[in-house]
Design a protein around this ligand. Sequence first.
Ligand code: ZN
Length: 391
Amino acid sequence: MKGKKFFIATEKEIEDGKASDVYFSRSHDLLGQEQVKVVVEITSSTSEEWINFTGLQEVMELLKGKDIEMWAIPEGSIISPRDSLGRNIPFIVIRGEYSKIMELETAILGFLCQSSGISTESSKVFMASYPAPFISFGIRRMHPAISPMIDRAAYIGGASGVSGILGAEVIGIEPSGTMPHSLALTMGEDKAWSYIATHFKKGTRTLLIDTFGDEKFKAIEAAEKFPDIDYIRLDTPSSRRGNMAQIIREIRWELDIRGHSNIGIMISGGLKKDQLKELREAGAKVFGVGTSISSARVIDFGMDIVELNGKPITKRGKLSGMKNVYACKTCDFCTIGLFDSKPYCTEHGEMVPLLQKFMEKGQLLRLHEKVSRLRDRSVSALVERLDKIKQ
Ligand SMILES: [Zn+2]
């Protein structure tokens, strides 16, 4: 780390296996030139009922060019980490010379664990706030070096926008932002409001109204002065939050009776998923959700050898053999099975394998999917889940 300003690994250091646990490089040296052909499998021991699987693109970029084959579940899949019989499913299967991958295990798992943790939490927020949209506001609580990854995962999970400039660039959208309290402090609230109301695009004119005054009276003032704005935003400090839902109902009423039903209410500030339903029902139209998504608990993934030189073998606690995961197209039945097996659903017949081939001899077999497509994949699965819960 000598000569570096920030405590971050470079892309090259990650590729060279330097951002890895030392026991892998020691084992690498011990194995030397020995040819050990393995199949490794990545499974998750999380107790979550379902996760949003992300982080695969970085894994593919890391392994590109190495003489290996790789199969994986596509990113943005909302999926149970266990099959219908409670057995861990493989999310990624890699076949090749063990020396090519062993030193990268730490980095591979790190990519998947943190990204999937964030995308899974974001998907839970999506379900809690639906149909109200939410924006990812949380990169300020995490190391700036990973802000693009955080926003990408939050977006795939279901966020409608992200506040980070680099994250938005990775996704291919415009970053979302309103105004900071500091703008009201430095310019004066009136001037700051006026600037946003006249210079911002339709759809993005959001006035932060709680820098100096009471939420209700400032909301009325903002709406009367600038009736064409899209949202007023409350970022009420925790010391002032008696009953947020009640404050929202009050503002909604006062705006509506004055003819400002067009102005929505945006809420941010330390929001957690459990609060969103109540606030939405009270009248909140859009949320800014920060730390609870960006600092989400990681999803535990582990990587294990399941086949050595063509023979099934693995450690205690794991299932040996090269496996795929198969799903019935009609019902929820899902089962692991040996890689080229053809399991059947007793009711509906043939099942489809979920692992797709992404890499052959180090060559990517398909282009990286657009981030918006990954988001579409997860969001449609989440909406389907919500519909099932309603029924
Ligand atoms: Zn079935």
